[in-house]
Design a protein around this ligand. Structure first.
Ligand code: HEM
Length: 496
């Protein structure tokens, strides 16, 4: 008789045995690591206790947020855990400001990538170490694809996508709808167009979207292949082979699209800028195929789910706060047709979007930062090579800065001083990070959120799904980015 073990169970067994096998090693190394305690590392729990808690309580790296909150409550705003290297966690916005803004680049590196990131995103902006290549590709994204003049050229693509959503919703008007799949598809189409220039056929778009969803899932699930990679890749060889095949297929599909002749009516796109880029420090070489594929892929992966989730949260808040929704409608109805130039004259809509980013940042932690040289943070020593993480989700909930911090009150962004979202003066919230590594796409994300939220409210009134479900369930799903656990369902009524 054969017993078949599914892949999920096999993963569980593999993690369990890898941890059992590594216990003596963790104990030995953590003991060695804590010896650096003479240098006064930030306080923290014993490594074994932390590992056990992490494995018992959650298997997604994103579920670490609640575990960390408990540890900060016990040990203070800066803690460290030793797991082969020192992991530092910062929960205080002032400390974060001194690290991210005032430390002159010492914390702007990235720690080594997980196996999965190394497979799918080896040459991207987000994974590159602080240095010449990172500067080059980041500056290119900023000055080319995300330059306001370039963004404007893609207004027709945005309008097409928006018309498509509104059209589908009109067909379903007065029924209960789920907006997430429509939003995901329309943002994906816009980002593909900005990235690759041309309008692609539905079949190619379907395949690209499916692949990007699978990649997103792979990089945000438990990093099992980072535990003894040589062993786990053998034990879970079918799973690893699936990832390798997915990566190869992505390269096969994307590369010809990047290299395809464009021109004519199509505005110059991100791929065009990558084809023209030269790495001066390496004899002015052009980018390799692998670099171009992963950079284009990063553009789509970084922008779609994060922005979609933000818009969905904001729409959910508007269903729960009809008074706020009415004020947004008041503002957007003034215009015969909403376009991007109108957005700068809509302070209330902007306030709604900012309040959405404050209450619903994409993740508990931003991407980890690496430390180039030994440094002191908050009176503790943080050794070179450590990984520093910031609990940004809590910065926007600090009651010393935000009155009734857990309530959705967009007015707070109308009354006070202008918020400096880059955090260069002071970090009050940091949904996009801060400093040199801050999200380069934040203006695009905010513009998309304003444009789509404004358009959705202009066309429809958004109501709870039924009298029995009078408010939307705002529970967070911690499986990857902080998305709504139960995707928004709402009843929509066309505006007269
Ligand atoms: C609501 C939407 C978004 C959120 C919440 C978000 C959030 C973030 C955060 C927290 C970081 C890490 C910052 C750090 O390490 O200090 C980041 C990095 C990054 N984001 Fe975004 N992002 C969003 C949209 C976008 C968009 C639209 C793009 C591009 C089109 C983008 C591209 C990137 C890139 C390339 C990085 C890496 C930056 C670096 O390492 O230098 N993001 N994002």
């Amino acid at each position: 008789m054969f017993i078949t073990i599914d892949d999920h169970t096999m993963e569980g067994i593999t993690i369990f045995y890898c941890l059992i096998l590594s216990l003596p090693l963790i104990f030995m190394l953590s003991h060695h690591g804590r010896k650096k305690g003479a240098m006064k590392l930030p306080p923290g729990p014993p490594t074994l206790l932390f590992v056990a808690k992490f494995v018992v309580l959650g298997r997604s790296v994103f579920q670490i947020g609640p575990i960390l909150r408990g540890l900060h409550a016990r040990h203070g705003p800066i803690i460290s855990i030793w797991l082969v290297r020192t992991f530092v966690f910062v929960a205080d916005r002032r400390l974060a400001h001194s690290i991210l803004i005032k430390s002159n680049g010492n914390f702007d590196d990235r720690p080594p990538s997980t196996e999965m990131m190394h497979l799918f995103f080896p040459h991207t902006i987000s994974t590159s170490p602080y240095g010449a290549y990172w500067r080059l590709v980041r500056r290119n994204l900023h000055a080319q694809a995300l330059h306001p003049s370039r963004l404007r050229l893609f207004a027709p693509a945005r309008q097409r996508a928006c018309d498509a959503i509104l059209g589908s919703l009109r067909d379903d008007a007065s029924r209960v709808i789920a907006v997430r799949p429509l939003l995901g598809r329309c943002l994906f189409e816009v980002l593909v167009c900005m990235s690759l220039g041309a309008r692609l056929g539905q079949e190619v778009l379907d395949e690209l979207q499916e692949m990007h969803q699978q990649i997103f899932h792979a990089i945000t699930s438990f990093p099992v292949f980072s535990i003894f990679p040589a062993l786990t890749k053998r034990l879970l060889r079918k799973r690893w082979a699936t990832h390798v095949a997915l990566n190869e297929r992505r390269n096969e599909v994307l590369l010809p699209l990047i290299r395809a002749p464009r021109g004519g009516e199509n505005p110059s796109c991100y791929a065009d800028s990558l084809l023209e880029l030269r790495v001066a420090e390496e004899g002015s070489r052009p980018l390799t195929d692998a670099e171009m594929v992963t950079l284009c892929s990063e553009f789509m992966t970084a922008a779609v789910d994060t922005t979609m989730s933000l818009i969905e949260w904001i729409m959910a808040e508007l269903v729960n706060h009809p008074d706020v929704q009415a004020k947004v409608y008041q503002e957007v109805r003034e215009k015969p047709e909403l376009n991007e130039d109108d957005l700068c004259g809509m302070p209330y809509l902007k306030a709604v979007v900012l309040e959405g980013t404050r209450l619903h940042p994409g993740a508990h932690l931003i991407i980890p930062h690496g430390v180039k040289n030994d440094a002191e943070i908050g009176g503790y020593m943080v050794p070179k090579g450590s990984e520093v993480n910031f609990l940004v989700a809590d910065f926007g909930l600090d009651e010393t800065v935000w009155t009734a911090a857990r309530e959705f009150r967009p007015e707070r962004f109308l009354d006070g001083d202008d918020l400096d979202i880059t955090g260069s003066r002071e970090i009050k919230m940091a949904p996009f990070g801060a400093g040199r590594r801050m999200c380069p796409g934040y203006t695009l994300a905010i513009m998309h959120a304003e444009y789509f939220v404004g358009s959705l409210v202009r066309e429809f009134e958004w109501l709870p799904p039924s009298p029995a479900e009078a408010t939307v369930d705002m529970t967070e799903d911690l499986a990857s980015i902080i998305a709504m656990k139960h995707p928004l369902r709402a009843r929509i009524i066309p505006r007269a």
